[in-house]
Design a protein around this ligand. Structure first.
Ligand SMILES: Cc1ncc(COP(=O)(O)O)c(C=O)c1O
Length: 429
């Protein structure tokens, strides 16, 4: 790719090819980054994350909906530095385990801006949420109502009741991979619509809980806005049947670009405006919440690898020093990415970009096109900021990758690479 040519929107905002023909992220030369921090490494353009957070907040403000919270779904990139950045930008945070709650608090989110999720919350998790004074607990099932009742009976709180929402399964299905589709009637998440009146009644009986409204999350990587409209319509029907519940949390789900020219997701502004239009046509909640994850972080990050070997076994196999331990998505959902040699973007050699793990399925990009790949080359895969670090693991004893923040030409390490000692740190002898 020619120097100065504009990069596709798969890359972080502000990325460019510098005078040496090398990819720059956040003003930092990726070849230099690979040298300084090693590979694999997640490289985040800090300004990209900030500008997406601001785009959400600006879009929310422009709708005129007064009480509108943008809640970062922390599962997308549960790294303290990322969470702190979004806390600074004024977002809320959603968590789905005690670990994520711990991270959100450590990152500086005010407890009242934390929303607690989970379809199988443990007693310990619920107790931690109550003690922390989180803003909302999203109740998923009848057993959870009983657990909260027991906990509240055992641990008297101050005058303020715990505010809760009910998670519903609105029977709305968007087009996405079945493993990340959650709004269908037969889902493991939330109350079936027919059970909602009973759930409302049961929560009302629990002293110390205040039911404020409903939550749904219909799925992830949705590229079409229509399912969101249908979701809102279901909220409207509920609101008509069960008045007085005026917090609507519509979940996340907006899709992103992974491969140039393949996905064309709606812009953040269009998504937010569409939701609010639909809400106005269906009811008048006092507070509106949305929970973007992927669309805040995916495109703000790239992963750097080093090529260890290139060989020809029918296909050309380019093997790098990471794979399913830093990006499980291709194996989990057949997710597709693009790849480039960091100092020779573009290219026409058809090859398989394979990981280093002992599974044939450990393939990062099945149909990559690289410029004459050779051992020692630095490879970049864009759009790895969502659900990659989050699912990082030590398969084959591989050390989990560091996270590097880049801004205006300065790079700082925010999560170090695992050490060999980390691999034995949990052993009990
Ligand atoms: C409850 C909830 N909210 C929000 C999200 C974020 O979804 P996305 O990353 O697609 O925006 C998820 C993702 O699984 C979720 O389960």
């Amino acid at each position: 790719m020619a120097i100065g040519s504009s990069l596709s929107r798969v890359f972080p905002l502000g990325s460019r090819v510098n005078d040496l023909g090398r990819l720059e992220i956040g003003g930092c030369d990726t070849i230099e980054l690979a040298r300084e921090f090693g590979t694999p490494a997640y490289v985040v353009a800090e300004d990209d994350l900030r500008s997406r957070a601001r785009a959400y907040l600006q879009a929310a403000a422009e709708t005129g909906q007064e009480d509108f919270g943008v809640v970062f779904a922390s599962k997308a990139f549960p790294c303290t530095a990322v969470l702190s950045l979004f806390a600074e930008e004024g977002l809320w945070c959603d968590v789905a385990s005690e670990g994520e709650l711990h991270l959100a608090l450590a990152a500086g989110f005010a407890p009242e801006r934390i929303v607690v999720h989970g379809n199988a919350k443990s007693l310990a998790e619920l107790a931690m949420a109550l003690r922390a004074g989180v803003g909302l607990i999203v109740i998923d099932n009848f057993d959870e109502i009983d657990r909260l009742r027991d906990l509240l009976a055992g641990e008297p709180r101050g005058a303020e009741p715990q505010q809760v929402l009910l998670r519903i399964t609105p029977d709305v299905k968007g087009e996405t991979h079945e493993k990340i589709s959650t709004g269908q009637a037969d889902s493991k998440f939330g109350f079936s619509m027919i059970d909602v009146p009973e759930a409302v009644r049961r929560v009302a009986e629990v002293h110390g809980l205040a039911l404020r409204g409903f939550h749904a999350h219909i799925g992830s990587q949705l590229l079409d806005l229509d399912p969101f409209r249908r979701e809102v319509a279901e909220f409207g029907k509920l609101a008509a049947r069960i008045p007085g519940l005026d917090v609507w949390d519509l979940g996340g789900g907006l899709g992103v670009r992974y491969v140039a020219g393949r996905e064309s997701p709606p812009e953040i502004e269009e998504y937010v405006a569409t939701l609010v239009d639909a809400v106005r046509g269906s009811g008048s909640p006092r507070r509106l919440l949305i929970e973007p994850g992927r669309s805040l972080t995916a495109n703000g990050c790239v992963t750097l690898y080093t090529v260890e070997s290139v060989k020809r076994n029918v296909s050309t196999w380019v093997a790098v020093d990471g794979g399913m331990s830093d990006n499980l998505r291709p194996m989990l959902y057949g997710a597709r990415y693009e790849a480039h040699v960091a100092d020779r973007l573009g290219g026409s050699v058809s090859c398989v970009l394979a990981g280093k793990h002992c599974e044939s399925g450990d393939v990062i990009v099945a149909e990559a096109h690289l410029d004459d790949p050779r051992a020692g080359d630095v490879i970049v895969t864009p759009a790895t900021g969502a659900y990659c670090y989050a699912m990082g693991n030590n398969y084959n004893g591989v050390l989990r990758a560091p996270v590097v923040f880049c801004k205006d030409g300065d790079a700082r390490l925010v999560v170090r690479r695992d050490s060999l000692e980390d691999l034995t740190a949990r052993d009990v002898r």
